[in-house]
Design a protein around this ligand. Structure first.
Ligand SMILES: Nc1ncnc2c1ncn2[C@@H]1O[C@H](COP(=O)(O)OP(=O)(O)OP(=O)(O)O)[C@@H](O)[C@H]1O
Ligand SMILES: [Mg+2]
Length: 377
């Protein structure tokens, strides 16, 4: 009989210990009696630290929380009397990290007398992580879909407008040629010509945005292109009060891609940074290989105004601009986005409002000419 009892006991202990979930039993004074291996794994404390030690126990299960859980168990609002049905809550593990768990509990009675309670909890970290990744992937899909359809529309409009614009410009030039230098309408005509040229620039950028594929692809040094962009741009008056710091890794692997289109990317990022700083501040460009060695990472950090959280997910959309009318067309970043995507890379923006912005560009060693998400007819 005694042996049978011992065997059954060992069997139950085994089940409790080997459960994937955390199982904790406390007496009525809140002193832990059982702290199984699942609880050890999830919370990082050892059974030795916990059993018999109410003080340690309260570090992850504070008195107020325990009191609230006991109140719920005693009421019948949260499940049958003496029970608490599964509840989402957060424990703090030994490293001080938050651990989301599903928690349920029961009061244990012996002959009607309360002798303690048992809590069972499962770790939700992995599930929540997968959820978050799925949500992010979905948001990304919706985003590229949106940009793709905007791109298709822009491409259509740009193609349609291109020819009439060229016509306006040619006839305006012809008229101007026939007018005497001091003719009263000459000034008006010049305004027409200038405004038409501005429209053409916008259309050309729209076409850049809606371009389907990469041009000539070759093996090249991205550092070299960055240096060239900085060189070209820093001579412009707008950049005179801007310090450009280049921390370019001398061992950066060369990549295969379209250097012309990437030059456009860097120029747009630099111009935006300069705008955000109203022409005064510092831009830091860092290049480095990815830790896995399968690509490169470039960051462009400015000390500008930052990007307000409410517009952060719109900045890559064509025609989204936060600049004053006539200042920006909102095409820069959509062109950037398209080029990076066609290279099979990614771009993201981190920003602290008022303190500056960092754009991070990741490019694979070899452009995988990806039309996905940016296919225009
Ligand atoms: N470095 C930056 N710091 C702060 N805001 C930025 C930065 N880069 C972009 N933005 C914001 O994103 C918006 C969109 O940028 P984008 O380059 O697409 O268009 P734009 O600069 O307004 O016009 P365009 O580039 O066509 O002249 C900008 O209007 C600005 O509000
Ligand atoms: Mg811009």
């Amino acid at each position: 009989m005694e042996r049978e009892l011992q065997k059954t006991n060992a069997f139950f202990t085994n089940i409790i210990q080997n459960s994937v979930d955390g199982i904790v039993v406390v007496d009525t004074k809140g002193v832990p009696l059982i702290f199984n291996q699942g609880a050890e794994r999830i919370l990082g404390y050892t059974a030795q630290e916990m059993i018999g030690n109410a003080e340690n126990f309260r570090r992850f299960y504070p008195v107020e929380l325990a009191a609230e859980m006991m109140r719920r168990m005693r009421s019948d609002e949260y499940g049958p009397p003496d029970k608490l049905t599964t509840t989402r809550m957060t424990f703090i593990n030994k490293n001080g990290e938050e651990v989301p768990v599903n928690f349920s509990a029961t009061i244990i009675r012996e002959r009607g007398q309360e002798v303690g309670s048992v809590g069972i909890f499962s770790d939700l970290r992995e599930i929540l992580k997968v959820h978050q990744e799925l949500e992010a992937a979905q948001a990304q899909l919706v985003h590229s879909d949106k940009i793709a359809s905007l791109g298709r529309m822009s491409a259509g409009v740009a193609h349609e407008i291109n020819n009439p614009l060229a016509g306006i410009l040619i006839y305006a030039e012809l008229l101007k040629r026939d007018l005497a230098d001091d003719a009263a309408h000459r000034e008006n005509l010049e305004v027409i010509i200038n405004q038409t040229m501005r429209c053409q620039q916008i259309v050309n950028r729209l076409l850049d945005f809606s371009r389907q594929s990469l041009g000539d692809q070759k093996l090249f040094d991205v550092n070299e292109i960055i240096r060239r962009c900085v060189d070209l741009i820093s001579h412009q008056a707008f950049f005179h009060n801007i310090k450009v710091v280049q921390e370019l890794d001398p061992f950066l692997p060369q990549i295969v891609g379209d250097p012309g289109q990437l030059q456009q990317v860097f120029t747009n990022l630099l111009l935006n940074a300069a705008d955000a700083m109203s022409g005064q501040g510092q831009i830091t460009i860092i290049s480095r290989p990815t830790p896995q060695g399968d690509g490169i990472i470039l960051t462009f950090t400015d000390t500008g105004c930052g990007i307000a959280p409410e517009i952060r997910d719109k900045i890559f959309e064509p025609f989204f601009t936060a600049k004053a009318p006539g200042k920006g067309t909102g095409l820069g970043l959509s062109i950037v986005y398209g080029v990076i995507q066609r290279h099979g890379g990614t771009i993201s923006a981190d920003s602290l409002q008022g303190a500056g912005t960092t754009f991070t560009v990741r490019l694979p060693l070899e452009a995988r000419d990806q039309k996905a998400g940016l296919e225009f007819d």
